[in-house]
Design a protein. Structure first.
Ligand SMILES: NC(=O)c1ccc[n+]([C@@H]2O[C@H](COP(=O)([O-])OP(=O)(O)OC[C@H]3O[C@@H](n4cnc5c(N)ncnc54)[C@H](OP(=O)(O)O)[C@@H]3O)[C@@H](O)[C@H]2O)c1
Length: 332
């Protein structure tokens, strides 16, 4: 495993982070029911592989991801850098409508009151007295940044959180937030099929010493297997909402696999996931690769991406051949 600093906080994190949206289940990840025992086994695998950085959020499975992690982390909390999020909540006590799912209405609220309550709620569910990093899940302009950052800085002073991060934000948001304290990381969508937002962001991350944490590099599995685009997903499943299952992008993805990714996997003797991960890691040096896992096998395979010495030429070839399938913006 490779390790890096989380922004300039001095917190050392594995370059591969364990994403736990999927373990929350619910209508968006309906095909695998997990319990705390399973999550404990995943944490053991992570520890064995050197992955110490875990990402969750209150809304993943409407609290289920945090609750399962809280149970599974008992007795080993100190072994991990634990990251959760604030701003999206279903308390019904304010904020802007964000979505309705699994029988609840989720609002986005970056007021000081809401952010502080979010953190208190997460501390309870995660059964811990501190969270290493708290991400503003959806940056919004309805409350002053000074107010949101003020609340997060108070939480740092109180010892309840150690670092602050942003998600679903723009490079200019990072500049604004940095006026009121350090933003250790931005967690943003970035993949071979949708790289433009990341490319726009890298310069500001470099300027502020902020880690660029990628989510969705494997596109929820679509970049792990050419058969994925032909699958049928039940209503509500996050994978059925992505643009990859619709023409003409679907055919463009098949062509990308047939003409470029499959021959490269043969050349490097690796899985599709590893090829995509190696490409992702080459895009920006201070990049943290947040990958979702519900199975130990996929976690074990993923860490092999560090063994691939992807040439500059092949990296450029992948970017060039992916162009017909690319989309500018994604909302997951
Ligand atoms: N800030 C945000 O708004 C936001 C949005 C989306 C996601 N996220 C975070 O980012 C994390 C990652 O995103 P994601 O989980 O949506 O998607 P992802 O990482 O692109 O894909 C996850 C899927 O890829 C599969 N996979 C992983 N490694 C594999 C391998 N080596 N071979 C084959 N399949 C492999 C997993 O399989 P198994 O499930 O079978 O193990 C899982 O189904 C989330 O869990 C969450 O923590 C944040």
């Amino acid at each position: 495993m490779k390790y890096m600093n989380l922004g300039n906080t001095g917190i050392e994190v594995s370059q591969i982070a364990f994403g736990t949206w999927g373990i929350g289940g619910g209508i968006v990840w309906p095909d695998m029911a997990l319990d705390a025992g399973h999550v404990r086994a995943l944490l053991k695998e992570a520890k064995d592989l050197g992955i110490n950085y875990i990402d969750t959020a209150p809304v993943y499975g409407t609290s289920m991801s945090e609750k399962l992690l809280g149970e599974a982390l008992k007795g080993q909390r100190e072994d991990f850098v634990l990251q959760t999020k604030c701003s999206l909540n279903w308390r019904g006590d304010g904020g802007n409508y964000h979505y309705s799912r699994d029988g609840v209405t989720v609002n986005n609220d970056t007021s000081a009151r809401a952010v502080k309550q979010d953190v208190e709620d997460s501390l309870l569910r995660l059964q811990t007295d501190y969270i290493d990093s708290v991400v503003v899940h959806y940056v919004c302009k309805s409350w002053p940044v000074e107010e949101t950052m003020g609340a997060l800085q108070d939480l740092i002073k109180e010892g309840k959180i150690r670092a602050i991060a942003l998600s679903n934000s723009q490079p200019e948001d990072l500049a604004e937030y940095e006026k009121y304290g350090h933003v250790a990381a931005v967690q943003e969508f970035f993949s071979l099929l949708s790289p433009f937002h990341g490319y726009d962001y890298f310069e500001n991350c470099r300027r502020y010493g902020t880690t660029f944490q990628v989510y969705g590099a494997l596109e929820e599995g679509f970049l792990t297997d050419p058969a994925f685009v032909d699958k049928e997903f039940p209503a509500g499943d996050v994978r059925g909402k992505l643009p990859w299952i619709h023409e003409p992008i679907k055919s463009a993805i098949h062509t990308l696999f047939d003409e470029t990714l499959t021959p490269l996997c043969e050349k490097y003797q690796c899985s599709y996931a590893n090829l995509i991960e190696a490409w992702t890691l080459k895009q920006y040096p201070d990049l943290n690769l947040l990958v979702g896992f519900r199975r130990a096998e996929t976690m074990r395979d993923t860490v092999k991406c560090f063994d691939i010495d992807l040439s500059e030429e092949d990296c450029l070839l992948m970017s060039e051949k992916a162009a017909p399938a690319q989309v500018p913006v994604l909302d997951k």
